[in-house]
Design a protein around this ligand. Structure first.
Ligand SMILES: [Zn+2]
Length: 240
């Protein structure tokens, strides 16, 4: 099993690791900071430094409990070799800010507006989009909600992650608001919960910033009406 250091320390930019399995360009390490994608957050790109060589990581995949780093060509790495993981930090950090922004929007909608729900989302390094199911939602209303979200972000709420048992997780009403979500939770041994202090709690395997002030200013960049139950919004974040 690969130790997923990105879950414990989302700010780790470099990490020494050992090759435990190498099959041509597919490398499994004993531990890694490369995020394999999921929950709307894209994979990390970057490189493995080995023997003075810089091997580009072009894709990252989950394989059971392992993380597979896919390199260009066959780098000739062997089991036991030492490598240094280096992720493209600017891209990752941007994705962390967007990921936390989406949770915050979800949390503010749930706690301050009560009747809405974020039903999907996708994160990019330069923008993010989410689908919201909320009665009577309009572009003006979204702008108003985002103003409230920006206010809450500026208050500086801590963002932390914790592991809990499924029983504990199911007691948190917001954590699994849909039947499919509850079923999925039921299949897990433990659940990682990302908590934005006082605003939001979600089962999540992604990487986040540690304080809502790191999100920066959220701006509505696009609004699309995709039906009565689905409004798609796109946001961009200001520089810090
Ligand atoms: Zn998430």
């Amino acid at each position: 099993m690969t130790e997923k250091v990105y879950l414990a320390d989302s700010y780790a930019k470099e990490l020494d690791a050992k090759v435990v399995r190498a099959s041509q360009g597919r490398i499994v390490l004993d531990r890694t900071i490369f995020y394999p994608g999921g929950g709307g957050q894209p994979i990390d790109t970057g490189m493995l430094a080995a023997d003075g060589r810089r091997l580009k990581v072009i894709a990252v995949e989950k394989d059971g409990d392992d993380i597979v780093h896919i390199l260009e060509g066959d780098p000739g790495l062997r089991e036991g070799d030492s490598v240094r993981c280096v992720i493209d930090w600017d891209t990752r950090y941007a994705c962390m800010r967007y990921h936390s922004a989406l949770h915050l929007i979800d949390g503010v909608i749930e706690t301050r507006y009560g009747s809405g729900m974020v039903t999907g989302g996708q994160i990019y390094p330069d923008r993010a989009r989410i689908d919201i199911d909320m009665q009577g939602l309009s572009k003006e209303r979204v702008a108003e909600i985002l103003e409230e979200v920006n206010k809450v972000a500026r208050e500086g709420h801590p963002i932390t992650a914790m592991e809990m048992t499924v029983e504990e997780a199911l007691k948190i009403p917001r954590l699994s608001r849909t039947e499919t979500g509850r079923k999925l939770l039921g299949t897990l041994k433990s659940v990682r919960v990302v908590d934005i202090g006082g605003v939001d709690m979600q089962a999540d395997g992604g990487t986040h910033v540690k304080d809502t002030r790191e999100i920066g200013k959220i701006t509505l960049s696009a609004y699309e009406n995709k039906g009565s139950k689905r409004k798609r919004i796109e946001i961009t974040l200001g520089s810090l």
